[in-house]
Design a binder for this molecule. Structure first.
Ligand code: ATP
Length: 417
């Protein structure tokens, strides 16, 4: 098993492209059939401060004939990183590998993966875990993500078809109508393709990725991806198995720990909107919960004072450890509307007659002290961000019910080009 990370720099590169290039070498050498399953794209904690973009790391499992054979694969990966990576700024590439007779993942490695997706880990911890399980680490800070990727045991998983372009050519503009039609045809087995007329499959950075199609079925991402790759002149493509869209980063802890995704439950005791339209809600008079305007859930939050809610998201260490919402669920709506009853004599509408509790019929003038009608609103809902605001690990609502499906999908015959 070989893992890699931290091979991209501010001005370009992409770790998925290094893995793609590695696989292309194996194809050239007639070794493609030694790859076990699909190469794996693992997203790690989106809240770590050192990431440059999507905190991706990659790994691959190869069936090697001998230990020497296995180290040749590692050498190939190492020389590719040397050739392809510009070591500028924070870029600090790393490789982790395990040579083993068994394909089973050591529980300590799986634990390290889970911790790296949900928390901040140190280089020292990576080294200690590696020593215990006989994994070897080479290079800089990237060894953390590289080792973590080796511990990914897909239980819930998804696929991504990634197409590449020539970096020195201008990005083609992908026509929304092309994406819309394929989105409709492959739904629900692909997700987050388009939001209104905004194409979501195309990154905007300087990296070599032309587009990525995510989904629960490798065959559906293949059909859609292959069509678009031809139409938009991709130079090549590959399908990865990934942890994207699985909510794997949610730790479900209830304390505001910086750089983690946490869950809080409480009653909204105050809501404020600032001049830029961002919302700040206070839970149980103490915990600050922020929702950025572009998430598109501010309207749902308004009118929620008194509601019991569960909110989850990342904690930023900005003095008061605010939670930045990824999603929210109303568990109990305390909002009650108080209405006047109809007139018991003529059925007309009644209004307050000024003195406490006295109501007067607008139609016949009848007056009495009558009980008011209490109407609980009973509105409960799940507030999810707009499709354009999803981060890699967040589970889109259209995936609910499809969890685990990816594991029943056979590997496509054609998965790299
Ligand atoms: P990409 O652009 O490929 O999506 P990125 O540029 O956002 O990813 P990387 O270049 O992969 O991020 O750099 C992230 C760095 O942080 C790597 O060196 C990785 O080893 C390290 N890292 C990742 N997750 C953790 C974590 N949970 N704790 C500590 N370090 C981490």
């Amino acid at each position: 098993m070989i893992g890699i990370d931290d091979t991209d720099w501010e001005g370009g590169g992409c770790t998925t492209y290094v893995m793609y290039s590695f696989v292309k070498y194996l194809i050239k050498d007639g070794l493609i059939n030694n790859i076990v399953g699909l190469p794996r794209l693992t997203r790690l904690n989106p809240y770590v401060p050192f990431k440059t973009r999507g905190n991706a790391s990659l790994s691959i499992i190869i069936n090697a004939k001998s230990e020497n054979d296995a180290t040749d694969y590692v050498e190939l990966m190492n020389s590719l990183i040397d050739q392809m990576v510009k070591r500028v700024g924070k870029t600090s590439p790393g490789i982790a590998y395990v040579i083993s007779d068994s394909i089973n993942v050591d529980e300590r490695l799986a634990w390290f993966y889970r911790k790296s997706v949900r928390d901040v880990v140190t280089l020292d911890l990576a080294q200690r875990v590696a020593n215990k399980i006989n994994a070897r680490l080479m290079g800089g800070r990237g060894v953390i993500g590289a080792l973590a990727s080796l511990g990914f045991v897909p239980i819930d998983a998804t696929y991504e078809f990634i197409a590449y372009r020539l970096e020195d050519e201008e990005r083609p503009i992908i026509d929304p109508s092309d994406v819309k039609i394929w989105d409709r045809v492959t739904n629900p087995f692909t997700f987050l393709n388009i939001y209104e007329d905004q194409v979501l499959i195309e990154p905007h950075g300087p990296d070599p990725v032309l587009f990525g199609i995510r989904g629960d079925s490798p065959h559906h991402v293949l059909a859609m991806g292959n069509y678009l790759a031809n139409k938009y002149n991709a130079v090549g493509w590959i399908i990865y198995i990934t942890n994207q869209g699985t909510d794997e980063h949610r730790s479900h802890v209830n304390e505001p720990i910086p750089y983690r995704n946490i869950d809080l439950m409480g009653i909204i005791t105050d809501i404020m909107f600032n001049e830029r339209g961002h919302t700040q809600a206070i839970l149980d008079e103490k915990q600050r919960v922020m929702a950025y305007r572009h998430l598109g859930i501010s309207r749902e939050l308004a009118d929620c004072i008194g509601c019991l809610v569960q909110a989850w998201g990342g904690v930023k260490p900005n003095g008061n450890s605010s939670l930045y919402i990824e999603g929210m669920r109303v568990l109990h709506d305390r909002h009650i509307e108080v209405k006047n009853p109809r007139c018991p004599v003529c059925g007309g509408p009644m209004e307050s007659a000024g003195r406490s509790g006295l109501l007067r019929c607008k139609r016949c003038g009848f007056q009495d002290k009558l009980p008011r009608i209490l109407m609980p609103r009973n509105r409960w809902f799940l507030a999810s961000p707009r499709a354009s605001e999803y981060r890699h690990l967040m589970k889109p609502s259209e995936r609910v019910g499809l969890e685990g499906l990816a594991l029943y999908m056979p590997k496509p015959f054609l998965w790299v080009y």
